[in-house]
Design a protein around this ligand. Structure first.
Ligand code: SOE
Length: 374
């Protein structure tokens, strides 16, 4: 059986997922057969060019003509178009894979998760960093209890594309379209990784309460190609949060688009009673692990062996992989779940769980107090 995939969005994420779909038969021969069937967008000319480049058979300018017609619907559009098409697809019984954050607002994320529950078909949130081999390796160590009782979790995501006050306005800076700024764009990734890595009841458990702080450094930016026109920035440029987990562990999170010199620097650190670990996206083939009893500082583990997660699908041991491979891994898992009518994680429920944390951070910033999550 060949799964016909309809994809909404043909820019950055459209390309990342189209590349993943093209790689699957070559590197994951047990993946279901997939046809890049329809590419959806509004600008017919740009869409036609993108469809040729990304290998799609057809184009459509209205997602309504597509969601019922394909076997799988990918929603890779900007955040404000996540809810309506995804819900329509789910109501038509079509499995949906949606980019993060799940939605611009908590209300929409709740509606999407509800639609997924009712549809009973796979509904995936595309948190690609769960599919880094080193992150899977870290998860295995944590699940095996090798770090012991968890005390500290730190997540930091630094980019710098707004540090120049003249950097142009973009949809990601608009509350209507994006929902939030760096919080939803980068914070969502960190929150999801934290939930994934330590969220089990026998590790740190759920985030129970938090305090958050948001900041916008430049509140107006030039419109690219215009003659001096500007547009307001209506979202956060940076956020930080302090967390308390169910088991009493403490967490600190932050992200910024003003992290001068840092292009895509996502780091996670965890300290438990038996050891510590740290991961940096800039060195994604490595995991640093410190074991208390060995007392020799951090050991750098190259997660590039054939028995490491996903690695045997690629190159011989030691031949490193990169950012785009995480998309191949998540597409493999998601499409396999679709073909086998199985479960996929991160699901819309996981997307909603992250969204609850993001909303609480905003709420805490507005109210100037700690917020409890139910
Ligand atoms: C923003 O610059 C961005 O592209 C995010 O939207 C992605 O989710 C992140 O993986 C890289 O940075």
């Amino acid at each position: 059986m060949t799964l016909e995939v309809g994809v909404l969005g043909y820019r950055f994420m459209g390309k990342a997922h189209a590349n993943a779909l093209a790689r699957l038969p070559m590197f994951f021969p047990d993946a279901p057969d997939v046809e890049r069937s329809v590419l959806v967008g509004r600008d017919e000319e740009a869409l036609g060019e993108a469809a040729d480049q990304l290998g799609f058979a057809e184009i459509a300018t209205d997602w309504r003509d597509v969601v019922d017609d394909v076997d799988v619907f990918y929603n890779l559009g900007p955040n404000h178009v996540h809810a309506e098409p995804s819900i329509a697809a789910l109501e038509a019984g079509t499995p949906v894979f949606c980019e993060k954050p799940l939605a611009p607002t908590l209300e929409e994320a709740e509606e999407m998760a509800e639609a997924a529950r009712e549809a009973g078909v796979p509904a995936g949130a595309a948190f690609n960093y769960r599919f880094v081999p080193a992150i899977r390796y870290a998860k295995r160590l944590l699940e095996n209890g090798e770090l012991g009782e968890i005390h500290h979790v730190r997540g930091r995501y630094l980019q710098d594309w707004l540090v120049d006050p003249e950097a142009p306005w973009a949809w990601r800076l608009d509350e209507e379209m994006a929902g939030s700024g760096v919080l939803g764009d980068l914070g969502a990734h960190t929150v999801d990784l934290v939930n994934f890595l330590v969220g089990d009841d026998d590790l740190a458990g759920d985030i129970e309460r938090l305090s958050g702080h948001l900041q916008t450094f430049v509140d107006e930016r030039p419109v690219e190609g215009s003659d001096g026109e500007t547009r307001p920035v209506t979202v956060d440029d940076a956020y930080s949060a302090q967390l308390e987990f169910e088991n009493g562990a403490m967490g600190t999170l932050e992200a910024t688009r003003y992290g001068t010199g840092h292009k895509n620097d996502h780091t996670i650190e965890i300290q438990g009673s038996e050891g510590s670990l740290r991961f940096s996206l800039e060195r994604l083939n490595e995991l640093e692990v410190l074991r208390k009893d060995e007392n020799r500082g951090y050991e750098t583990i190259l997660v590039t062996d054939e028995d490491d997660p996903y690695v045997d699908h690629w190159w011989p041991p030691g031949h490193v992989i990169g950012w785009e491979h995480t998309f191949v891994h998540e597409n493999y898992e998601f499409l396999s779940a679709v073909a086998e009518d199985g479960e996929f994680a991160p699901s819309f429920e996981d997307g909603l769980a992250a969204q609850r944390v993001l909303a609480a951070i905003e709420d805490s910033d507005e109210r100037g107090e700690w917020i409890s999550l139910e």
